[in-house]
Write a protein that binds this ligand. Structure first.
Ligand SMILES: CC(C)(COP(=O)(O)OP(=O)(O)OC[C@H]1O[C@@H](n2cnc3c(N)ncnc32)[C@H](O)[C@@H]1OP(=O)(O)O)[C@@H](O)C(=O)NCCC(=O)NCCS
Length: 161
């Protein structure tokens, strides 16, 4: 599936996709719909803009965005990348969008000089763990309560780039 970096002028589509993601999969993310639904336009414009240290990606299906993920480069050396906000709308799942988003995120992070790509995943999120494992990520022992629902546990899953 085609993956493109989001443009600043696509911030409305980004907001719409992100709010649908938070409503659809509340235990998949550190943040909540309540925390993000009233964010000002500038918040979404900034997120859509990207830069040297961050990019947000869209997976495009049926000529519209159907999935998204964001990559951030952490400060320090060696450079490490972090991926957040992976979501594919239910009608387009199991068609390769998640895998394509990971490939694009990994190649953007590699080009930005990162040697590894990390993300936090709810350890009970079987679909996501299966997706990442198939894409070459391996679970680490780094765990913490899921910020949006501390009764659940999230774990770092890591891919060497
Ligand atoms: C997890 C998610 C992103 C997967 O997206 P997707 O586009 O369906 O993934 P893909 O089609 O690229 O799947 C690639 C492989 O991952 C694995 N996989 C994906 N979904 C799976 C599921 N529900 N059960 C088991 N394995 C799954 C399979 O190995 C799959 O290959 P296959 O379809 O040939 O069997 C999607 O289900 C989603 O958005 N879930 C809600 C949000 C979420 O959990 N985000 C992760 C936050 S860390």
């Amino acid at each position: 599936m085609e993956v493109r970096a989001v443009d600043r002028d696509q911030w409305c589509e980004l907001r719409s996709l992100r709010l649908r993601a938070l409503a659809d999969a509340p235990t998949a993310f550190a943040s909540t719909l309540a925390e993000e639904k009233d964010k000002p336009d500038e918040f979404w414009q900034e997120r859509a803009t990207g830069g040297d240290a961050t990019t947000t990606l869209f997976a495009v299906g049926d000529e519209r965005p159907v999935g998204t993920a964001t990559v951030l480069i952490e400060g320090g050396e060696p450079r490490r990348a972090h991926m957040v906000g992976m979501w594919v709308e239910p009608s387009h799942r199991r068609r390769g969008a998640g895998g394509s988003l990971i490939e694009a995120a990994a190649s953007w992070a590699r080009a930005a000089g990162a040697g590894q790509l990390d993300l936090w995943v709810n350890e009970r999120n079987e679909a996501a763990v299966a997706l990442y494992t198939r894409a070459g990520f391996r679970l680490t022992t780094q765990r913490q309560p899921l910020p949006s629902n501390p009764s659940l546990t999230e774990v770092v899953i890591r891919k060497t780039l």
